[in-house]
Design a protein around this ligand. Sequence first.
Ligand code: AP5
Ligand code: MG
Ligand code: ZN
Length: 216
Amino acid sequence: MNIILLGPPGAGKGTQAKLITEKYSIPHISTGDIFRKNISEKTPLGIEAKRYMDDGQLVPDEVTIGIVNDRLSMEDCKNGFLLDGFPRTVNQAEALDLFLSSNDKKIDTALLIDVPKEFILERMTGRRVCSACGASYHIKFNPPKAEGKCDICGSSLVQRKDDTEETVKERLDVYDRQTQPLIQYYKEQNILETVNGTEEINTVFKKVCDVLGAVK
Ligand code: AP5
Ligand code: MG
Ligand code: ZN
């Protein structure tokens, strides 16, 4: 099963991706996570990506497309994958289609997690992520068992640098201008599915499973 998760920043893509990839045993490919790992390791890619991410802008397509193609060529993607946060521009979507078709593959479902803007700011400013394993929490909607500590590995939880009010607003603008057109793009391919992402995490996941179960 080859899946794309679409949706604005803070829609819950990462949260649902984790649940989906566990259930369906497919790799979770998040370009944001790949960039953040490179930033923490201070690689040349990380140094370049950071310049854009800190301002809420997109990392250039030339950089991002190559990284995803390399990742999708790996053995663990043979029986399916879930892309979270990619594609994010029409240019990236076209490059992905080209790459997949040249490998006799295609996207089965583009799943839009639909969350209106008024929910987003509270979700982003309340998000905390594990400094070691990257697991994501919310101080109100998905709190860790012990305050400030990761349930999985016990490391301390931190705020993402781009989760400030100002940067979140910029990221929402970037989403409207550059990523929103993908909804139409996948509608035209007849593979768009939409779930309401404003409900509780497990309720959203149930609906996601209903949609994916029908695809499988
Ligand atoms: P990326 O890391 O992909 O960020 P994003 O798209 O802005 O999305 P987020 O990760 O912020 O939100 P999410 O939808 O995953 O929500 P989450 O599950 O965490 O990208 C970061 C940056 O990297 C970009 O700005 C760009 O610079 C660069 N980049 C990445 N990909 C790129 C690409 N393809 N091209 C170019 N540049 C790229 O949930 C958010 C919070 O809400 C959490 O606290 C969670 O616990 C909570 N929550 C989740 N679901 C619910 C619910 N149902 N109810 C209540 N709370 C919930
Ligand atoms: Mg995410
Ligand atoms: Zn952790």
